[in-house]
Ligand binder design. Structure first.
Ligand code: URA
Length: 240
């Protein structure tokens, strides 16, 4: 693990004016800035990205958080206000509920990789637009390629649409789909469960479905013992 990506200031000079006045990230979240070497260059490229209109309005980019060795990748929608201020995904109210969902299956944020389909905050937290998602798509491809997770859980309809463009979340949430070398499991977005209490237990149940997929992997091929900086030593790069 190495230094936080956030130490690099935004490529947008307007945005750097705010850096010193931004609220400090709590000590308890500092570990989420630790970035494994293979992701560092990608985070720097993301920080410099001028490719869509969101670049002009961001305080900073929110590339992702978590270890390169994570077996589970969670893909949300786009950063909100708190995420834009801190440069970390899912650190607002949705993130607090996400932490509960993870702890329900014995995991913490340090065990999983968390990112979004869009790496900059849309103004007033509006839905990300198609060109914004398309412009960030290659970043997500690269994150998936470097981390090579066993399981990807999509959070909400925008990340679901990347794998299941015509699906309805109410019909396929919690269903395990095998796509090439990994499992993709569509989930509701944590914010949906904050708006609708009934979805809380649905989401807890859906998260339970991740466990057997992850346990199968760790029984056959424990990744914890893999040095995080060695891509070639990645368990799923060796023949199974
Ligand atoms: N909602 C998201 O989809 N992503 C975040 O990072 C925060 C809230």
């Amino acid at each position: 693990m190495n230094t936080p990506p956030r130490l690099k200031k935004s490529a947008n000079p307007r945005n750097n004016d705010h850096v010193s006045s931004r609220p400090a990230v709590p000590q308890t979240l500092q570990h989420l800035f630790m970035t494994d070497e293979p992701l560092k260059r990608l985070y720097e490229t993301i920080a410099d990205c001028p490719n869509c209109a969101l670049a002009k309005q961001r305080s900073q980019t929110v590339p992702g958080s978590g270890p390169v060795t994570a077996n589970l990748m969670l893909v949300g929608e786009a950063p909100g206000q708190r995420e834009d201020e801190w440069g970390l995904p899912f650190v607002g109210r949705s993130g607090q509920f996400l932490d509960k969902l993870l702890s329900g299956i014995g995991l913490t944020r340090a065990d999983v990789y968390v990112t979004n389909v869009v790496k900059c905050r849309p103004p007033k937290n509006r839905d990300p637009k198609e060109p914004e998602i398309a412009s960030c798509s290659d970043f997500l491809d690269q994150q998936i390629s470097v981390i090579n997770p066993v399981v990807i859980a999509t959070l909400g309809r925008f990340s679901m649409a990347r794998w299941f463009p015509d699906a309805r979340i109410s019909q396929i949430h919690g269903q395990v789909k095998r796509i090439e070398c990994r499992y993709v499991v569509p989930m509701y977005h944590p914010a949906a469960a904050l708006r609708n209490n009934n979805l809380r237990s649905v989401m807890h149940d859906d998260f339970e479905k991740l466990l057997p997929l992850l346990e199968k992997q760790s029984a056959s091929n424990p990744r914890a013992s893999v040095p995080p900086t060695s891509k070639s030593a990645h368990p799923r790069n060796s023949p199974l």
